[in-house]
Design a protein around this ligand. Structure first.
Ligand code: ADP
Ligand code: LRH
Length: 475
């Protein structure tokens, strides 16, 4: 007998509602609804289309309940940092702004100048990214009339249940949570000049989070808090054996790091801009944000008719490491003409400009694998935690060329899959809260190792020197 739960997973490029059927020795995942996601520009400001996302989720949940009338629970995760503000009647004040919007330009350096980089890192353990919620709230200006801040998955959960709550793994990405206590840092909130009333009580993964209202579904299906930060859920579902592994949660972003029991807050870690995000079961996700597949996604938007699998096949035939760029250059962060920005970066570094979509694709993937190498090496050096393998989960696990290049660049085997790790991690935390499965992350991962499709890419012998040279060239 398996128990069905619905995992709502909103990624920056697409959202999906999946039904996971879970028992102590089986997990199957059925996609019942998928929809596109992306920035919507309104008079020059980038937003998320929150109500469309909500409508798609409701359609997905109805389809899930039609397929499995015994649906036992729903869990919701999404990308981090972005939020909606509610007024005192619980109404949304304005449409949530996209983290790639330019409103935060220049804000981070002003806020860091005022609060101090050391003090911010010591309190929150978070890497400095221009779009952290702290900087967005300062950029937003007046917060008059705002009574409550809800991060995106909490906002969706509120609309589905009528109950407002704040889940802790995602709250850790605001840069306002104390990394040691995992409670809001009231001192930091006050020093940043933000109203304390915005930051409500925290929920942990596995806590009850209300019941679907009749408007959504004719049955009162419970909602369960999961690792509502998509990366927290994805790392639950890394099918690793033991703890000597690095992970790359690879989709729009590549989140590259290791799992630790305690945060690393050293000056070297701060200078390397490594983050200590709150994971499920009290774990720490020690990682850095690498630009991920975003540059490729944006190029594809600029090449009408381009087909990703065809391009990847062509790119695999091209010589390696011919042209490389620093994918983490902030110039690549906003949406827009990505091929032009990559061409400009190549020209500025005296390299040939890629001449075809396949050459651009190869340049992006070589450069991304190089950034993976750097982050995997640094995560180990800074934490003292050595690894024997690199796990790639998320949409990037479908990209065999990127998996092979990452194995070659890191000089380590790459274990690729599951592709839908986030939905699986979301579902397993629900199943555990329901008592369907038991144990810690080790047991959940063992279940996935036994049941999910996983591919292994061995590092090619003799290529490490070329990657080392490319790293030096980039510097
Ligand atoms: P997010 O959750 O950030 O929206 P996903 O984990 O869904 O991201 O991954 C999306 C990425 O997966 C795309 O940018 C694309 O590069 C990659 N991808 C999707 N389908 C394929 C495919 N058939 N082959 C290779 N890569 C793919
Ligand atoms: C990945 C992700 C990542 C954040 C970014 C904003 O989807 O949640 O962990 O840094 O979105």
């Amino acid at each position: 007998m398996s128990t069905p739960v619905a995992a709502v997973d909103l990624g920056a490029s697409s959202g999906r509602v999946m039904v996971a059927s879970v028992s102590p020795d089986a997990v199957t995942l059925d996609e019942v609804h998928r929809f596109d996601n992306g920035p919507v520009s309104l008079l020059g400001r980038l937003h998320w289309d929150a109500l469309r996302l909500y409508s798609e989720i409701v359609a997905g949940l109805r389809a899930a309940a039609a397929r499995r009338p015994d649906l036992a629970s729903v869990g919701i995760d999404s990308w981090a940092v972005d939020y909606g503000l509610l007024d005192r009647d619980g109404a949304l004040l304005g449409n949530p702004v996209h983290y790639r919007d330019s409103r935060t330009d220049g804000v981070m350096s002003t806020v860091v100048g005022k609060l101090g980089a050391e003090s911010l890192y010591e309190t929150t353990g978070l890497q400095l990214l221009p779009f952290n919620t702290l900087f967005q709230l300062v950029a937003a200006g007046s917060l008059e009339g705002a009574e409550r801040l809800l991060l995106m998955p909490d906002l969706i959960s509120y609309w589905l249940t009528g109950v407002a709550g704040t889940e802790v793994t995602n709250a850790s990405t605001t840069q306002l949570l104390d990394v040691r206590t995992r409670e809001w840092s009231s001192d930091l909130i006050a020093r940043a000049g933000l109203p304390a009333r915005l930051f409500g009580d925290l929920r942990r993964p596995g806590d009850p989070a209300g019941t679907l209202v009749p408007e959504v579904l004719d049955r009162p299906v419970p909602v369960t808090a999961v690792g509502s930060h998509d990366t927290a859920s994805a790392i639950v579902a890394v099918p690793a054996d033991g703890d000597r592994f690095a992970y790359i949660s690879c989709g729009t972003w590549s989140l590259v790091g290791v799992e630790l029991p305690e945060p690393v807050l050293s000056p070297a870690s701060r200078e390397a801009n490594f983050t200590n995000e709150a994971g499920v079961d009290g774990t720490v996700r020690y990682l850095r944000n690498v630009m991920g597949l975003w540059p490729l996604q944006e190029c594809l938007r600029a090449w009408p008719g381009a087909d990703l699998p065809t391009l990847l096949g062509e790119a695999a035939e091209l010589p390696p490491l011919r042209v490389i760029v620093d994918v983490d250059d902030p110039a690549f962060l906003p949406p827009g003409d990505m091929p032009a920005r990559i061409a400009a970066a190549c020209a500025a570094t005296g390299q040939p400009v890629p001449g075809s979509p396949a050459e651009f694709t190869r340049c992006i993937l070589d450069s991304l694998a190089l950034a993976h190498r750097r982050a995997v090496h640094q995560a180990q050096e800074l934490s003292g935690h050595s690894v024997d393998a690199v796990h790639i989960v998320g949409g990037g696990a479908r990209n065999a060329l990127l998996c092979q290049l990452t194995a070659d660049a890191c000089g380590l085997p790459v274990v690729a899959g599951p592709v839908e790790a986030t939905a699986l991690g979301n579902a397993l935390v629900q199943a555990r809260a329901l008592g369907v499965v038991s144990g810690g992350l080790g047991e959940l991962r063992a279940l996935l190792r036994r049941t999910q499709k996983i591919d292994v890419f061995q590092a090619k012998p003799g290529v490490e020197a070329a990657w080392r040279a490319a790293e030096r060239r980039l510097r």
